[in-house]
Design a protein around this ligand. Structure first.
Ligand SMILES: *[C@@H]1O[C@H](CO)[C@@H](O)[C@H](O)[C@H]1NC(C)=O
Ligand SMILES: *[C@@H]1O[C@H](CO)[C@@H](O)[C@H](O)[C@H]1NC(C)=O
Ligand SMILES: *[C@@H]1O[C@H](CO)[C@@H](O)[C@H](O)[C@H]1NC(C)=O
Ligand SMILES: *[C@@H]1O[C@H](CO)[C@@H](O)[C@H](O)[C@H]1NC(C)=O
Ligand SMILES: *[C@@H]1O[C@H](CO)[C@@H](O)[C@H](O)[C@H]1NC(C)=O
Ligand SMILES: *[C@@H]1O[C@H](CO)[C@@H](O)[C@H](O)[C@H]1NC(C)=O
Ligand SMILES: *[C@@H]1O[C@H](CO)[C@@H](O)[C@H](O)[C@H]1NC(C)=O
Ligand SMILES: *[C@@H]1O[C@H](CO)[C@@H](O)[C@H](O)[C@H]1NC(C)=O
Ligand SMILES: *[C@@H]1O[C@H](CO)[C@@H](O)[C@H](O)[C@H]1NC(C)=O
Ligand SMILES: [Cu+2]
Length: 567
């Protein structure tokens, strides 16, 4: 990898904010006064209210339709203290939490007040029968033009778990994202329990506007070195981070001797995060939206798009004031000057507002615990994979573009979004004329739409081969595939777990290694499979799975989506 220049922040603004007013009500959770200070400035992003990070009150309600109104706009914000241009929903970062129960229907009206198009993707939601509401710009829709709205309307069906929603391009890097929590009807017998249920949204923060980074990454020009541009400046926990001496922290004010479920959600764009809470062990109970056999660890690493639920018990005494750091350390970004990798928040359960005292992560002393090894994840509800009926291998790589920028390939094709159209429109148009858009098997359509088409229900083995020396976190829309195996080096036909493989929607393909997914093509539509490093997808690391096109042909694509493709 060439990492040759420094990522220079464009704007450095110092914010004079009182950290502790001493007059705050004790609430759960409790944010730094920085947020209320910010919200008083016009056209400026604020941190959402405490309710946004507490869930669980709707459990047990009868199945219902839940409606949300999202207005997306351009604002200024300062998640880590440095003022930057942001793109946000309803003026808050992170965006509004959507909370529902298994079986509910969601109706979300999204109005675009930005100067560019947008679309919102509901990460991990199956969208069975509603592929056109998957929110993938240029694939399932054409994007919501400036000044227009699109109302996403879908059933959650049997889906449950911790996930998130986000704009489906680098716009999400600047703030268009939020939590999406769906409570299951029930948990497996003997599954652990908790007293309160909290949302912890982890991001990396870029001082440079995402549109600028993406353009320069590809073109290889500008003042910033392209291969370096994917390096964030810092990070944030629930919208608050630290940079260059700013010291605001997201603050959970908890009760002693209780068990809390923390739903960790990686909503960032490139860095991996190692999450831990000083002196507290973490009991992992969920990976993405899959409940797992509980495991006690000292820390957990999350790649872009991944989620983990962890239980912590507020029963420690190592910090006499009862204040503990929670840490979201940026990893995989190297040790670079001017990047703050040491991102923190606070968990309090004493009566003091002072800062925790530990300067470095003390771990869980005397526990002998180590961090999660994802190879040991086992689902709490075992599903036995069917034998595969089809098998494909896809090789992906990161390369230098002719201009000296960065370009990525999946089997030699670098994806570029169709303009004023979507893959789904092409599929449906062709089918309605009695033709097919793509032949069965693998093909490249319209120059750079690389896809695999199955018009019957198949159990597909897809081997992803990473030809790059870095790890890449992949995500397949509309499915929760089995992760049959992964390793560095070359796949030799062994090393697969056919007994109780984890099924989840986001997985790391190891450096210069492989990962084997198994999924069933029983969900009609066009499904995106891509690297979730926002910059890698922006320069081409994306392919599509075209399932049951003769069923997709009967989709009643909403008129608004059709109209918005003609703008
Ligand atoms: C709009 O999109 C262009 C092209 O991707 C990008 O360069 C620009 O920064 C974007 N502007 C905003 C305000 O999102
Ligand atoms: C970089 O290249 C792009 C595409 O060729 C061009 O639009 C842009 O103006 C260039 N920017 C600079 C700073 O040279
Ligand atoms: C950090 O802040 C100091 C003092 O405000 C300023 O001089 C310096 O340029 C800043 N450094 C970075 C990397 O932002
Ligand atoms: C928490 O539980 C421990 C052990 O039962 C007890 O010693 C301690 O007083 C409790 N703390 C509070 C604040 O209730
Ligand atoms: C704190 O709670 C954890 C998790 O329930 C438990 O394993 C541990 O023994 C408790 N520690 C103390 C000091 O009570
Ligand atoms: C990808 O390329 C490899 C090597 O050329 C080929 O064997 C494989 O079939 C291709 N995969 C697909 C899905 O086309
Ligand atoms: C395609 O979309 C662009 C950007 O929204 C718009 O400026 C242009 O007029 C559209 N072209 C056609 C042929 O509809
Ligand atoms: C084959 O691959 C598996 C999984 O990566 C590995 O554990 C095993 O050592 C490999 N066997 C040989 C003979 O290379
Ligand atoms: C999607 O719905 C069809 C028809 O109800 C069903 O056969 C199929 O199993 C479903 N697929 C998924 C992934 O839920
Ligand atoms: Cu990648």
């Amino acid at each position: 990898m060439r990492y040759i220049a420094l990522c220079t922040p464009l704007i450095i603004a110092s914010m004079a904010l009182a950290l502790f007013t001493g007059a705050e009500a004790r609430t759960l959770p409790d944010q730094s006064p920085a947020s209320s200070e910010l919200s008083r400035r016009a056209n400026t992003v604020s941190v959402p209210g405490a309710d946004n990070f507490v869930v669980g009150s709707i459990i047990g309600q009868a199945p219902t339709t839940r409606t949300y109104d999202f207005v997306v706009s351009e604002m200024e914000g300062a998640p880590d203290g440095v003022t930057k241009p942001m793109l946000v929903v309803n003026g808050v970062f992170p965006g509004p939490t959507i909370e529902a129960n298994q079986g509910d229907r969601l109706i979300i009206k999204v109005t675009n007040q930005m100067s560019n198009k947008t679309s919102i993707h509901w990460h991990g939601i199956p969208q069975n029968g509603t592929n056109y509401y998957d929110g993938t710009a240029a694939i399932t829709e054409c994007g919501i033009p400036t000044g227009q709205s699109l109302t996403y309307d879908f059933s959650l069906d049997d889906f449950s778990g911790t996930t998130w929603w986000h704009a489906h391009d680098t716009e999400y890097t600047d703030g268009i994202e939020g939590a999406l929590i769906v409570h299951p009807r029930s948990y497996p017998p003997k599954f652990p329990t908790w007293d309160e249920d909290l949302v912890v949204e982890l991001t990396d923060v870029y001082h440079t506007f995402s549109g600028v980074i993406a353009a320069e990454l590809y073109a290889g020009n500008g003042s910033l070195s392209p291969l370096f541009l994917e390096i964030p400046d810092s990070g944030a926990i629930n919208g608050i981070g630290q940079y260059n001496g700013s010291a605001n922290y997201f603050d959970f004010d908890l009760k002693p001797n209780k068990t809390y479920r923390l739903r960790l959600i990686h909503e960032g764009s490139a860095a991996a995060f190692r999450f831990s809470v000083d002196y507290h062990s973490l009991t992992i109970i969920e990976a993405d939206s899959t409940l797992i056999e509980p495991q006690v660890v000292s820390g957990v690493s999350l790649a872009v798009g991944q989620r983990y639920s962890v239980l912590i018990t507020t029963n420690q005494t190592a910090e006499p004031q009862g204040n503990y750091w929670m840490r979201s350390e940026l990893t995989t970004v190297g040790s670079l000057p001017d990047v703050n990798t040491d991102v923190r928040g606070i968990i309090r359960y004493g009566n003091s507002k002072s800062l925790p005292t530990a300067s470095t992560d003390p771990g869980v002393p005397g526990s002998g615990l180590s961090d999660l090894n994802t190879a040991t994840l086992a689902p709490a509800i075992v599903q036995k994979p069917l034998d595969s009926t089809k098998s494909y291998a896809v090789y992906f790589s990161v390369a230098e573009s002719t201009d000296g920028g960065t370009i990525t390939f999946m089997n030699g094709t670098s994806w570029q979004p169709l303009s004023n159209s979507s893959t789904l429109l092409h599929i449906v148009d062709a089918a309605q004329k009695g033709q097919s858009f793509a032949p069965e098997g693998s093909s490249v359509e319209l120059g750079n739409q690389f896809m695999i088409t199955e018009d019957s229900i198949e159990t597909v083995d897809l081997l992803l081969v990473n030809q790059d020396p870095g790890p890449h976190p992949f995500h397949l829309h509309g499915h929760t595939p089995f992760v049959m195996g992964f390793d560095t080096g070359t796949f030799n036909g062994t090393g697969l777990n056919t007994v109780n493989p984890i099924y989840r929607d986001s997985y790391i393909v190891p450096p210069a290694g492989w990962l084997l997914l198994r999924f069933v093509t029983d969900n009609p539509g066009i499904w995106t499979l891509h690297c979730h490093i926002a910059w890698h997808m922006a320069v081409g690391l994306l392919m599509q799975i075209n399932s049951l096109p003769s069923v997709s042909a009967k989709f009643d694509i909403p008129q608004t989506i059709l109209d918005q493709c003609r703008v």
